[in-house]
Design a protein around this ligand. Structure first.
Ligand SMILES: [Zn+2]
Length: 353
């Protein structure tokens, strides 16, 4: 499993200069690759390396290589439909060739245009548990008052549990999450906050000035962070329950786009990925199933009919069982994951962003 640690470095001129050169070199490779319609790393290297070497004599060749790799990836992503543009101070990629990070001791050595340099940092308390993990790669970013090294660390997944106590989780609009152990995470408080954001957004949009646009951008960043925080809280709540297997619905094709006036577009995909990686980290399993018929099947007798569901209430037309509709669905999710293996989707561990 992977985690990304955001580590603050002091802003320094040698880092900024290195970033500028690296991004310029990356853009040069992009320009060539775009014109030549080629994103193959080996061919890009053959065609551009010598020129880059001459043009950027202070950039070590290992950095030229990561710049070329980045260029290749960006070309590949846009498929030559549009020319990728690298920001002059965009993120710089570091890998094992160009960096060494000593998390425990609080410093790193980075290859720069001025040689291999040492940078000290304070590893925050909440990252101490990752100090012994293996460092895979990093991205150097620049902000107003500091540089940030986003370090990706890796550790093998812990042995998964052999237990099979299953918790079904229904994701939705009235309740963001309902668990088959009869617990609910209501969306009311979240809707109130999202409503406030929506109000501010529409006001700023109607103004339309440059400063309003800037504010709008800040606002959407805040809203995203709010949503992520809530999703983290919900995920913690779910995975800490005394169950071995967490069963979620695969909503990629069905409900992810479903909008609610007050909830807006909630990121259930994000919630799902957080639940998955948190579960794996504590030896639990996370399973995703196809959500078909989970809301119209009676969780007591199995009778399946669309009319069983009436708004937020489920009432079985066969056995008369009556229950909250989302809770009924969550129980089915747990049951179906056991009985119907054709519903199981492949569950890949998700890399934490
Ligand atoms: Zn029934």
């Amino acid at each position: 499993m992977y985690r990304t640690l955001k580590i603050k470095l002091d802003k320094s001129n040698d880092l900024i200069q290195t970033m500028k050169l690296w991004n310029a070199a990356c853009q040069d490779v992009i320009d060539y690759g775009f014109a030549a319609h080629d994103y193959n790393k080996t061919r890009l290297n053959r065609a551009t390396y010598k020129d880059l070497r001459d043009k950027y004599p202070t950039l070590p060749s290992a950095l030229l290589q990561t710049a070329r790799d980045q260029a290749s990836d960006m070309l590949k992503r846009l498929r030559f439909e549009k020319k990728p543009l690298k920001h002059p101070l965009g993120a710089v990629r570091f890998d094992v060739r160009t960096m060494k990070v000593f998390l425990e001791s609080g410093y790193c050595k980075l290859t720069t245009a001025f040689g291999r340099l040492r940078y000290d940092f304070q590893l925050p308390e909440y990252y101490k548990k990752y100090a012994a993990w293996k460092v895979v790669n990093a991205q150097l970013k620049i902000a107003k008052n500091a540089c940030y090294l986003n370090v990706q660390v890796e550790q093998p997944d812990p042995e998964p549990t052999t237990g099979d106590k299953r918790l079904g989780v229904d994701l939705g609009i009235n309740n963001i999450a309902v668990c088959s152990d009869n617990t609910f995470w209501e969306s009311g408080p979240v809707k109130a906050v999202k409503g406030k954001y929506q109000y501010l957004r529409s006001k700023l949009q109607s103004i339309g000035t440059r400063s309003a646009k800037r504010k709008l951008q800040k606002l959407s960043g805040r809203e995203r962070r709010f949503q992520r925080d809530v999703n983290h809280n919900i995920a913690n709540w779910i995975v800490s329950k005394p169950y071995d297997v967490i069963v979620l619905e695969d909503l990629t094709n069905i409900r992810n786009g479903k909008k609610n006036k007050k909830l807006g577009k909630w990121s259930f995909a994000e919630l799902r990925s957080i639940v998955e990686y948190k579960a794996i980290a504590i030896s639990k399993k996370a399973v995703v199933i196809d959500p078909r018929y989970t809301s119209r099947t009676c969780s007591r007798c199995g009778f399946q009919r669309k009319e069983n569901r009436d708004g937020r209430t489920f009432k079985c037309k066969s056995c008369g069982f009556q229950i909250d509709a989302d809770l009924n669905a969550s129980r089915n999710i747990a049951t179906f994951s056991r009985s119907d293996s054709s519903r199981l989707s492949v569950n890949q561990p998700i890399v934490a962003g």
